[in-house]
Design a protein around this ligand. Structure first.
Ligand SMILES: Cc1cc2nc3c(=O)[nH]c(=O)nc-3n(C[C@H](O)[C@H](O)[C@H](O)COP(=O)(O)O)c2cc1C
Length: 162
């Protein structure tokens, strides 16, 4: 993720010129501060972007990025903030929630904060590919319990200041 606004703007301008026919997503770092997020979102809104992935790995030290539970709260807080900012902009974007999903409850939390889709890696590394169907079955039960008939109805319903 680029944090230099000028470079980021240049990159998106060049991507616009390619007239790519597929959705383009920007994956955000959970370590950005609100000012950096605001600047990057303002630039993104002027370009051909379909949505945002919240989030990438977190950098706790110089050894590299960390995934899993350690990134969950930061990712959720970023997702929540980006959802509210986008809502205010009046534009339509797809938000993908990623970071620390190990259960249907974790996925549902991200959906209620504003994720249209969720993505996971670390949960599957620890629990195996069967986790995906477990999450899908669990999500159906959680949605039913709250009176929703599909995921879209639950997107953003729990988004207060996180
Ligand atoms: C082994 C591994 C490789 C990854 N490779 C990439 C990558 O190439 N590009 C990228 O944007 N994110 C990469 N990620 C980050 C994940 O896509 C994801 O944003 C992050 O791990 C948080 O989700 P999780 O907690 O479910 O793993 C990688 C994560 C892991 C664990």
């Amino acid at each position: 993720m680029l944090t230099d606004p000028e470079l980021y703007s240049k990159l998106l301008t060049e991507i616009d010129k390619l007239k790519i026919n597929k959705p383009i997503f920007v994956k955000l770092s959970p370590d950005l501060n609100k000012r950096q997020i605001d600047i990057l979102l303002d630039i993104s809104l002027k370009h051909n972007i379909s949505g945002f992935i919240c989030s990438n790995l977190t950098k706790c030290d110089e050894r590299g990025g960390y995934s899993g539970k350690i990134v969950e709260d930061k990712s959720n807080s970023l997702l929540s903030y980006v959802y509210r900012k986008i809502k205010k902009s009046g534009k339509k974007y797809v938000l993908i929630g990623s970071g620390g999903i190990f259960s249907a409850e974790d996925a549902y939390k991200k959906i209620k904060l504003g994720a249209n889709l969720v993505e996971l890696i670390t949960g599957m590394i620890y629990n195996g590919p069967g986790l995906i169907s477990e999450i899908n079955y669990g999500l159906v039960k959680l949605l039913e319990k709250d009176g929703f008939s599909n995921v879209s109805e639950a997107v953003g319903v729990g988004n207060k200041d996180y």
